[in-house]
Ligand binder design. Structure first.
Ligand code: UD1
Length: 431
């Protein structure tokens, strides 16, 4: 079982390059099901979640070829319509194949996604969109089956009760081949939704309004192949921004779209960090005390839930009391107990966490319970006194490419252990 060992207290400095966005890569790979031509996705990060999505497409009969940073996909004329249980269980985003399967092959049979560490995460809105387009839905034996009418899905007005990212993406992919016009109201406005719309447009789809709350799609008879480069990962960038700030460091972060990080930059500046942007790079420096913040997670362009845990780590050593309110997911405070083990003073009150800044954190053995909780522990460990050993590294590998190499290049004393009994390598301090 791997662990990550970090000896804290080094001010990070240097440059780090952000990888392509996991959350843009996953729907882009699923979108390849919509055509029989080759779809090439570039800027794809080497992550466990990307491997899982490729495995899923492979299991559906898609030919998948992976080279560093690039995935080439070609879907057959008739794909399997049933997604394997173990892959869907491993990754919720697997449900993103349902829209394309239904649109192009007329049916999708998906295992019901189970509960998840960060909340119940239902799929009712995805299903509502499919039903509005004429799909018949049936559940049984742990599966959901959606079947399109014989003449195919019909364009429809789809109102999402909540601007769900996944439901917006699934509705878009179902609508691009439907007969007529689909209007998605209260759509998610995340940059990853816009990136998917750009890929679909490159494949010949007629999509307007992505990035706003109303997306209009005019169905076409068929889509063709395309080559697409995905956007940088704003959550990975935000994680390195938090890491730079908590260590009082000075870091240049390359391959970012600063506009995607507006809420993050605004909050980090309020905490006292200095941020300069230049083209697709930004520089984060911090010295002196961090100020406490009030943060409320919201759908984009609000503060991202995927950075809530990392900012909680940061605020655990701010000079004062912060309040963090999680509005997107229930139970997304799994990292609190572990941060507390490192000396943080955090109390949960319903959907809010009250974080009373302490002088310093201290290294401890801790466990990542989910992807972003793991990232928060890395951020905390970088600024802690002594050593932190983080277990449950599999969660971190789902979403961070080469995290120990990237942080090591910034001066962090960080090492991946494959044998828990090994001691911190003598040379690690020089990295
Ligand atoms: C995506 C991101 C994830 C991020 C989240 C919110 C991917 C692969 N993952 O997840 O990293 O944390 O957006 O920014 O892109 N909901 C329903 N019914 C539904 C669907 C969602 O009630 O049918 C609820 C969820 O339980 C949750 C909220 O809506 O409380 C947001 O979920 P959603 O935007 O769908 O997140 P994902 O697409 O799963």
């Amino acid at each position: 079982m791997d662990s990550i060992l970090i000896r804290g207290g080094v001010r990070l400095s240097g440059r780090v390059v952000v990888s392509g966005a996991k959350n843009a890569a996953l729907p882009a790979i699923a979108a390849a099901l919509l055509t029989g031509d080759e779809v090439t996705i570039s800027g794809v990060p080497a992550l466990d979640d990307v491997d899982t999505m490729c495995e899923l497409l492979d299991s559906l009969g898609v030919s998948v070829s992976i080279t560093p940073g690039r995935v080439r996909l070609r879907a057959p004329r008739a794909a399997a319509k049933q997604a394997p249980y173990d892959l869907v269980r491993r990754m919720r985003a697997s449900f993103l194949v349902a829209g394309p399967l239904l649109a192009r092959f007329g049916a999708a049979r998906m295992p019901m996604p189970g509960g998840c560490a960060i909340g119940s995460r239902p799929i009712n809105l995805h299903l509502k969109a499919f039903a509005a387009m004429g799909a018949d839905l049936a559940t049984g034996n742990g599966y959901i089956e959606a079947v399109a009418p014989a003449a195919g899905l019909r364009g429809a007005r789809v109102y999402l009760d909540y601007p769900s990212v996944g439901a917006t993406e699934n509705a878009m992919m179902a609508a691009v081949l439907a007969d007529g016009i689909t209007i998605i109201e209260n759509a998610a406005q995340e940059p990853e939704v816009v990136d998917l719309a750009n890929l679909l447009a490159a494949m010949g789809a007629k999509v307007r309004g992505a990035g706003t709350a109303v997306i209009k799609i005019e169905g076409v008879d068929e889509l063709h192949g395309a080559a697409h480069t995905i956007i940088p990962d704003r959550i990975e960038a935000g994680t390195y921004m938090a890491a730079a700030a908590i260590t009082g460091g000075d870091v240049i972060i390359d391959n970012v779209v600063p506009e995607h990080l507006a809420a993050t930059m605004s909050k980090l500046r309020e905490a006292g960090a200095v941020i300069e942007t230049q083209g697709s790079s930004l520089r984060v420096s911090a010295s002196g005390d961090l100020q406490p913040l009030d943060i409320k997670t919201m759908p984009y362009p609000g503060f991202p839930t995927d950075l809530q845990a990392q900012f909680m780590a940061l605020l655990s050593i701010a000079r004062g009391t912060s309040i963090i309110t999680e509005t997107v997911f229930e139970n997304r405070f799994m990292h609190v107990d572990e941060l507390t083990r490192m000396g943080a003073k955090i109390k949960i009150d319903g959907r809010s966490a009250v974080v009373e800044g302490v002088e310093a954190l201290s290294g401890a053995p801790v466990r990542a319970t989910d992807l972003r909780a793991g990232a928060a522990l890395v951020v905390a460990a970088l600024a802690s006194r002594g050593e932190t050993e983080i277990f449950g590294v599999g969660h971190i590998d789902r979403g961070y490419e080469a995290i120990e190499r990237k942080l090591g290049a910034l001066g962090a004393v960080i090492e991946r252990r494959t044998d828990a009994r090994e001691s911190l390598a003598a040379g690690a301090g020089a990295s």
